[in-house]
Each structure stands twice: as structure tokens, then as C-alpha cells.
Write a protein that binds this ligand. Sequence first.
Ligand code: M5T
Ligand code: MG
Length: 240
Amino acid sequence: YTMNGAVTFEHVTFQYPDTAAAVLHDISFETKPGTTVAIMGATGAGKTSLVGLIPRLYEQNAGVIKIDGTDISTLNTEYLRDSIGYVPQEIILFTGTIRENIAWGKEDATLDEIIEAAKLAQIHDTIIQFPLGYDTILGQKGVNLSGGQKQRLTIARALVRKPCILLLDDSTSALDVRTEASLLQALRNISCTTFLITQKISSTLHADLILLLEDGSLLAQGSHEELIADCALYQRIYES
Ligand code: M5T
Ligand code: MG
């Protein structure tokens, strides 16, 4: 079957094997398929750790994580990671063409699939302005992209695998508000459940669910309107 991408955390607690204290405490939330979930919180709050549990990069110590109602610990990890696109916080591009960089990890991707992913990631128009287009070489020997262009290229790399769930770890920090909004809308249109780690209020405004983490705990969750009404920390972030 293919995933709908409804993710549920039930009382999830997590500690890295080599650390003394838990970095996530009793996290519970529920997402609907195809929606946008923004994850906010100060540095070290546990944002990267939380999304890493979804493709089972780590195993939680307590609690249950479900996708479409199925406990992910019962799912084949290869299947799970095939269905989940992960754009890590550290961008990795290599010397090679744009086409090769997008297809990295899915070398059998056709040019049509690469272009489709680049369009969704809002980077196609930039790519076709280079004289060599998708054959443009990146890196020391070639073109140097801006921070936001690199981010969108790595998002395209995740999208070429046609994920049902997309994890964006700070991957839109360098994008302007309009480009980010177009990206999120494009992901909604293909019904891809999107977890967006962000420090920007502009990204949370259109999220269906905002998770606000503080020291590994879920301080608040809800829509922008709900958090503005109920959560003092969110109000402070909004006003700053
Ligand atoms: C949360 C610790 C980290 C922090 C806490 C990735 C990682 C993190 N930690 C480890 O002990 N080992 C690891 O491999 O876990 O860290 P985080 O989830 O990375 O926090 P964040 O993503 O909210 O922070 P940032 O800076 O990316 O905004 O105590 O030491
Ligand atoms: Mg992080």
C-alpha cells in the first residue's frame, strides 16, 4: 500500500544512547494526511531529534509512533525510508551537474522526474536560466549557488523520490516569504505531509499544526490563531 502520511506520536520519550538525559519527553500529537506541520523551538530544543524518529533513524525509548495508524516499529525500514523524504540541516552538494545532484540516491530518475521535482521545489526557473540548464556543473569547477538555491536543490533531491512524508530540517531558512509559501502550497497540492522545522513566523502562519518545543517538551501545539491566543512564548516569538 502507499502511505497517506498521517503521523501520530503517542507519549514518545527519546534519549540518545550516549547521553545521560532524555532529549524528548512525552511528546504526543497527531497530523492529518497532506498537511503542513511546523516545528519551532530554540536551538537544542529537540527539533532535529523529533523528525529523525519518523524514518526510524533512532528508536524512541517509550511511546508509540504511527503512520496511518500502523506502529512504525512493525514497518520495514527500507519501505519507511523510501516513503519519507528527509532534507537534513546540513546541505550536501557535490561537484557534478545539477541533474546529478538532484538524482543523487535515485540514479535511475528520468529527466522528466528531475524537472518535476525541481518545479515543486521552486528551483526549475533558476536552473533553466543557466546556459547549460540541468547540465550546469556545481562546485569549485562550476557555478556557486546561493544559500536559498542550494536549499531548494536539496529539497528537489528529496522530492524526486516521490515521498508521502517530507521532513525539512531548517531547509527554508534562506527562502523569501513568497517562495516558501509557493513551496508549501506545491507540497499541499501533491498531498505530501510536510514537517517544516523553522525559526520563521512566516512559515508557521500557514501551517495546519504548529509544535512548539522547549527543552525537549511540547510546550504548545495548535494553529497560529490558537497559539497566539494561548501561548505566551509563541506570542513573544511572534512579536519579536
Ligand atoms: C536536542 C542532543 C543535543 C541537544 C538535544 C542530533 C543530536 C542531538 N543531541 C545528541 O546528543 N546527539 C545527536 O546526535 O539532543 O538536539 P537537536 O534535536 O539537534 O536540537 P534542535 O534541532 O532543536 O537544535 P538546532 O540547533 O538545530 O536548532 O541537547 O545536544
Ligand atoms: Mg536541529
